[in-house]
Design a binder for this molecule. Sequence first.
Ligand SMILES: *Cc1c(COP(=O)(O)O)cnc(C)c1O
Length: 420
Amino acid sequence: MNTEKSKKLYSEALKFMPGGVNSPVRACRNVGRTPLFIDHAKGSKIYDVDGNEYIDYVCSWGPNILGHSNPEVIEAVKKTCDKGLTFGACHEAEIEIAHLIQKHIHSMEMLRLVNSGTEAVMSAIRAARGYTHRDKIVKFEGCYHGHSDGLLVKAGSGLLTNSIPDSAGVPKSYTDNTLTAVYNDELSVEKLFDEYADDIACVIVEPCAANMGVVPPKEGFLQFLRDITKKNGSLLIFDEVITGFRLSLGGAQQYYGVIPDLTTLGKIVGGGMPLAVYGGKSEVMECVAPLGSVYQAGTLSGNPVAVSAGIATLKALERNENLYSELDKKAKILETAMIKAGLNVNREGSLLTAFFTDKKVIDYNTAQTSDTEKFALFYSYLLENKIYSAPSQFEAMFVSAVHSDKDIEYTCDVISNFKI
Ligand SMILES: *Cc1c(COP(=O)(O)O)cnc(C)c1O
């Protein structure tokens, strides 16, 4: 595989950006490689600057559920661009997308459009704190909620109630109010409520974790979170930045039948443009300025171009009645091939991760038992065979509507020849 041009661009990029990248995992350091530079992408394929074609299972880390360069989305964006890129003022499409979102995710009675998942989560938590007049939040080890200060905490075992920031540059005092529990472990949540009940503003969770690799919630876990938050006057926030419009049109909350107070969306909702959303119970959202005293704003929030991509995407998803069952079928075929090849796979709908451990992966600690050197070999093997997947053990593989039977079949063939 010739990647000379990518290598050359990478050495240029290193001069300007830390690690040559604008988001760390793209640097491919975890898998001992250097990044490919992408020229363009279409349907299920992505093309690097050296002209190599790959079947893409990163799908821009989730947004491209319709595949790359969906004609309707591109058309909508182009048409909107002709009318101006940003007004910093109200426009009709904001209402249209709000309608579309609420039609499928009924719990988002009121919502706000923002620019990134990070911003959506940060703002949802601020609203939860403003509404409850409480400071502490509970998050789970291994769940990622963007890179805002208070959420860069995973805490190790033994540090469950004494959160230490994961990142330099985050003062310890910024994470003092972040309590950390163990995913799929009800007892760990109960303990926090026993100690801090009256101080806990919210519990935030990825309803299906996908940032420690895919780790689905065990039966009853989300309902348990629903019950314990309700009982204690705390809010339940589902971070559906990945799962929203991915597990079903109504997101994870519809898929699992558990309804949170607040929801964050990102990735798919913007159809490939920078758009994210937070929202939920009117009573809570009415705390947000200018109605209430929780401040949150944005120069480019509700950007017409981003919103048009989101609308076109959501409409296409709506129209495609069998989409989710087909995604599920395709992902299941991949899962089966991986299992046959001796890999340990977690899958929920069109999200899947192959782990390299004998343990069943149910939380952060079990995910950490995966042999990341073996993962790196698997990653390189796929790439050399023109299959583009996430360069980290702790990410998901995304299946899209346009992965063809042929794509899936080829991928399964490649996987079946993988020897650990
Ligand atoms: C990607 C992601 C985020 C952060 O979104 P950005 O748009 O990258 O800021 C937050 N939460 C979850 C669950 C995510 O997967």
